[in-house]
Write a protein of this length. Structure first.
Length: 270
């Protein structure tokens, strides 16, 4: 469709999404340019965009929980889950790089490291895994430190969930009370329908982040073996230590204490 003379140009797809600027953000460092470096940059920039959207949904979810809007909170959690499924499978695209091709530009990345992903650390903090050592790691990066410190000092998704559980009439102050509350919810799903759905989505959020970590480890070992990380870490050795991290450990532990109706002399009618 032609533009009428004298009128302002209409909004276009490229203008709205800033496609021109977006396609200029991939600046390779290798000389001569390694074929695989562009893929490496695009994948990681895509991750950062997805992290931004996940944080947007998590922040909204905390707000919905605080307002007691369980259905709306679960809707946002489903968005988080859908994105994280993409994150898990997206790792495998990096495995299409030739190991020797990765080495052509890897040394140029020093001392940058995936450990420095501010938004992934925000995701950890906002989900409930707050580590002061990680916060302090970013002290020399004013922009990142300010954002992470705010996350560190703000209620997390885990905080909002346990507060909601208590407002629904279940004790959730101590670790044991939280475990018992989840057992009660799992035992009476119809009585606590939205809470049941919520804890299921939260444990899947946990599970998918672990799956992402695992796939990342496998990809790194496939590409680099046991080489040290560009940021000076042990590489695969360090990454393996992160697999036990859980945002909601009580949700996992509750499954251990769940019993079939009649095995403890109690009814489990909903």
């Amino acid at each position: 469709m032609t533009q009428e003379y004298g009128k302002e140009p209409t909004l276009s797809y490229n203008k709205y999404l800033k496609v021109r600027e977006l396609t200029q953000l991939q600046e390779t460092l290798s000389e001569p340019e390694s074929h695989d470096e562009l893929l490496f940059i695009i994948i990681h920039q895509t991750y950062e965009l997805w992290f931004k959207q996940i944080l947007h949904e998590v922040d909204a979810c905390v707000g919905w929980m605080d307002e007691g809007r369980l259905f709306r909170a679960n809707h946002s959690l489903r968005s988080v889950i859908s994105i994280e499924r993409i994150l898990v499978t997206q790792i495998h695209i990096l495995e299409s790089m030739a190991p020797i091709g990765f080495l052509e530009f890897r040394d140029k990345l020093n001392p940058a490291s995936g450990f420095q992903s501010m938004q992934f650390r925000e995701l950890e903090f906002s989900s409930g895994a707050k580590d002061e050592r990680i916060l302090n790691f970013f002290k020399d990066d004013e922009f990142a430190f300010e954002r992470l410190e705010k996350r560190f000092n703000s209620p997390s998704l885990a905080d909002a969930f346990w507060s909601l559980v208590e407002r629904q009439g279940l004790a959730a102050g101590s670790h044991d009370e939280k475990v018992a509350a989840i057992v009660e919810i799992l035992t009476h799903p119809e009585k606590y329908a939205e809470l049941y759905n919520m804890q299921d989505l939260l444990i899947e959020h946990d599970e998918l982040i672990v799956a992402w970590r695992y796939n990342h480890i496998q990809m790194v070992e496939r590409m680099l073996g046991m080489k040290r990380g560009t940021g000076g870490s042990e590489g695969v050795g360090y990454l393996k230590t992160t697999l036990d991290k859980k945002f909601f450990p009580e949700l996992w532990e509750a499954r251990t204490h769940l019993k079939v109706a009649g095995t403890d002399g109690q009814k489990t009618d909903s």
